[in-house]
Each structure stands twice: as structure tokens, then as C-alpha cells.
Ligand binder design. Structure first.
Ligand code: NAP
Length: 278
């Protein structure tokens, strides 16, 4: 009898992950939680809910995810990404559950010249990356049975994402300048969910894993491929990071060696666009 509890179940990843877990024949029960029934920043509530359900696995998707806003809202980002994760990690340990914590490529500074490995030293450039890294450290400190799964450039049908932003402005005929000097791996929430299910089924050694789309690209090349596949004749132009200032500094190169998804990101993009509800 394998019971899985998901935090942040109403988020972009959670909404693709939960139905997939329901379909797994090695999972017997899925408990979906979000802010309204499990506020991860409330230690008493976290202990109460986890004690009540006693799940075998906790997939911790809940997070403060607004990268730019976190630059001026560090207090809330820390409260959710660090203190919230600490609450989950301590409570998971008490009930001997395995914790799967979703983390990010933004823990890296992007100065490496080859793909990032789980053993590479993190050095976040922005508050979001810093708080997610401190979340990782809380997981390692307080929980014996854990997987930290870092992912990158995530998109899914149930959330605001780069593809939808591009298509919206592209179809409106707006001129789009997209940065062509930041490189990473676009990842579909469905592929990441499959990788998470594999962890539960295969029980690899505890530790850090990178799960992201295969092959790297720049944001500009990603946008170009979106318009090509969607058949949209957009006014798209490449620009540099300096030409497109945003509050949070991003790594120039956050390509990760992949432990989870072998599918080319262009193939995942095609599937995403085919399933897209207009
Ligand atoms: N999106 C990306 O590009 C990306 C890249 C790398 C890693 N990740 C990681 O992947 C995970 C999933 O990301 P996502 O894109 O699915 O994020 P998301 O859509 O923003 O979902 C996060 C969820 O967490 C919930 N939440 C926030 N504070 C909470 C609290 N105090 N208690 C309980 N729930 C709370 C949010 O609820 P509200 O809506 O009510 O705030 C939301 O439903 C996160 O850990 C994120 O750091 C994301």
C-alpha cells in the first residue's frame, strides 16, 4: 500500500503530476494538498496533516516561484521555500516518509562550460535560487530519506509559462525581443512527472538528481521553435541579457546533465502544442 502526499497540488507541476500518480499501478493513494488545507509555513498544521495521513512519499512541489518578485520579497520567499521546506522535511522524517523535493537549475551561477552535474557546487545568482538552495540544505539536514530533483525552464498546461507568453504576444503581432545568450533545457511538466514516478517505482539511492528535457537551447531559439511548430509568423528578434533588463539575474548557462528524461525538448514541445487547449 503506497501512499503519496503532494504539496502544491494546484500548481503547474502538481496538476500534471497528481493524475499521473493516480494512474500508477504501484501507487495506491494520492493525497493532494495545497495552501488551503496544508499551508507549509504553518509547522503545527504540517505536523498534524502528515501525522494524520502518514504517507510513504511526500512530493514537495509547493514553492514561492516568482523569480523576479523574490528580489524585493525575500522575506516571503524564505518563509515558503526555506522555512516551509524545513517544516516538511522535519515532519517527513518523524513519520519515516521519503521526501521528494523539487528544486531548480537556478541554484547554479552558470559559469561552468559543460553540463552541470548533481555534485557541482551551487552558487545562486538570485534570491529565488538562494532560497531553493537553502530548501535543499534543509532537506539534507532534517530528513534521512530524500530525493532532491532539480529541473529547469518548466512549462505545463496548467500554469503561466514561456510558451503561452510567446504565443500570446506573437499572435497579437507584437515585436518580441528574446534573450539569445542564456542557455538551458526546457522541461515539460509531464516529462518531469514521469521522472518522479520512476523514482517512486525504482527507488534509486537517496540524493540529488537532475531531471530536465534533453538537449540545450537559448530562450530565443526556444521561442523560434515554438513559433515554427505552432505555425505563427511572429516578429521575433534575438537580444542580449543586457538589452532585456529584469530584476533577477539569471545564469547564462544552466544546462544540466540529465538523469531523468531522454526526450529531446523539441519532441516534448510538439506533444505539448498538440494537447494544448486553445
Ligand atoms: N516553473 C519553473 O520554471 C521551475 C523551474 C525549476 C524548478 N521549479 C520548481 O518546481 C516546483 C513546481 O513549480 P511550479 O511551476 O508548478 O510552481 P507553481 O505553479 O507556482 O506552483 C507552486 C504551488 O505552491 C503553492 N504554494 C505557495 N505557497 C504555499 C504555502 N505556503 N503552502 C502551500 N502551498 C503553497 C502555490 O499556491 P498559490 O498559487 O496559492 O500561491 C502553488 O499552487 C517548485 O518547487 C519550483 O521551485 C519550477
Amino acid at each position: 500500500m503506497v501512499k503519496v502526499l503532494v504539496t502544491g497540488a494546484n500548481g503547474m507541476l502538481g496538476q500534471d503530476l497528481c493524475p499521473m500518480l493516480e494512474d500508477c499501478d504501484f501507487v495506491d493513494e494520492v493525497i493532494e494538498t495545497d495552501r488551503h488545507n496544508l499551508d507549509i509555513t504553518n509547522e503545527i498544521e504540517v505536523n498534524k496533516v502528515l501525522n494524520e495521513y502518514k504517507p510513504d512519499y511526500i512530493i514537495h512541489c509547493a514553492a514561492y516561484t516568482n523569480v523576479d518578485k523574490a528580489e524585493t520579497d525575500l522575506e516571503n520567499a524564505e518563509k515558503i521555500n526555506v522555512k516551509g521546506t524545513e517544516n516538511i522535511a522535519k515532519a517527513a522524517n518523524k513519520i519515516d516518509a521519503t521526501l521528494i523535493y523539487i528544486s531548480t537549475d537556478y541554484v547554479f551561477d552558470g559559469t561552468k562550460k559543460s553540463k552541470y552535474l548533481p555534485i557541482d557546487a551551487p552558487n545562486p545568482l538570485n534570491n529565488y535560487g538562494l532560497t531553493k538552495l537553502h530548501g535543499e540544505q534543509a532537506v539534507q539536514k532534517y530528513c534521512k530519506k530524500y530525493y532532491i530533483t532539480r529541473t529547469s525552464w518548466l512549462y505545463g498546461h496548467h500554469g503561466k509559462n514561456f510558451i503561452e507568453t510567446m504565443l500570446k504576444y506573437g499572435m497579437e503581432g507584437k515585436e518580441l525581443k528574446v534573450v539569445n545568450d542564456q542557455f538551458g533545457c526546457p522541461t515539460w511538466t509531464v516529462g518531469l512527472s514521469e521522472g518522479i514516478c520512476d523514482i517512486i517505482e525504482e527507488n534509486p539511492d537517496y540524493g540529488i538528481y537532475h531531471i530536465c528535457g534533453s538537449k540545450e537551447t537559448s530562450w530565443y531559439e526556444f521561442a523560434k521553435e515554438i513559433f515554427k511548430q505552432a505555425g505563427v509568423d511572429a516578429k521575433l528578434f534575438p537580444c542580449t541579457t543586457e538589452e532585456y533588463p529584469v530584476p533577477a539575474k539569471r545564469p547564462k548557462y544552466s544546462v544540466m546533465e540529465n538523469d531523468g528524461i531522454c526526450e529531446d525538448w523539441k519532441v516534448s514541445l510538439k506533444k505539448y502544442l498538440e494537447l494544448r487547449i486553445n
